[in-house]
Design a protein around this ligand. Structure first.
Ligand SMILES: [Zn+2]
Length: 194
């Protein structure tokens, strides 16, 4: 039997299921929802096999801030016709999770190679995206998802919350039979946030 403390290398975001309460008691950063242990924060889950508890690791050491050129993992939280706002949660490849997150803006004019007239056909609130920082001014990071690999890496059905499946250039919910348009990353569904 496994004992000791196991730190999982994959990041969790609010709502993610990590265990059932019979396995692990939710502590810092987790809550119980109908017997399921879900995350209420962004971070790396730590499973204490002896105490049977799970918690989010608090990172105390200092890390450099994100900077132009960094590739980042973000959660979209607001979208209008021409602009989208996202929380920058971490630089991909660096362990520090930004808590609270930084603000990133995605503007449609930066997406010249992507054929879409409306930002809502590119990203939607709740989407997990892989983006690149192009500049930083007025306390805001400007992002792009042009370029290979960038775009939506995970999205949920707006009706039932299931993870959408990729079908060619669209995303579909097999339960609700709806099709959603996005700028989809080639890593969609198998992007490992580390
Ligand atoms: Zn659905």
């Amino acid at each position: 039997m496994v004992s000791g403390v196991v730190r999982r290398e994959e990041i969790v975001v609010p709502g993610d299921r990590v265990a059932v309460v019979e396995e692990f008691e939710p502590k810092y950063g987790f809550y119980e929802d109908l017997g399921i242990v879900r995350s209420s924060m962004v971070g790396y889950p730590v499973f204490d096999m002896d105490k049977r508890i799970v918690y989010i690791e608090k990172t105390l050491c200092r890390y450099p801030l994100p900077k132009p050129g960094d590739n980042v993992y973000c959660l979209v939280y607001e979208v209008s016709d021409r602009i989208a706002f996202a929380h920058i949660l971490k630089v991909v490849g660096r362990s520090k999770v930004f808590q609270p997150p930084f603000t990133g803006i995605l503007h449609i004019s930066r997406l010249k190679k992507i054929k879409a007239d409306n930002m809502r056909d590119i990203v939607k609130p709740g989407d997990n995206i892989y983006a690149s920082i192009v500049s930083y001014c007025n306390n805001v990071y400007h992002l792009t998802i042009s370029g290979p690999g960038f775009g939506v890496i995970l999205a949920r059905c707006p009706y039932c919350g299931s993870i959408l499946e990729r079908k060619e250039q669209s995303l579909v919910c097999v339960r609700c039979n709806v099709t959603e348009q996005r700028r989809i990353s080639k890593y969609y569904g198998n992007f490992k946030v580390v």
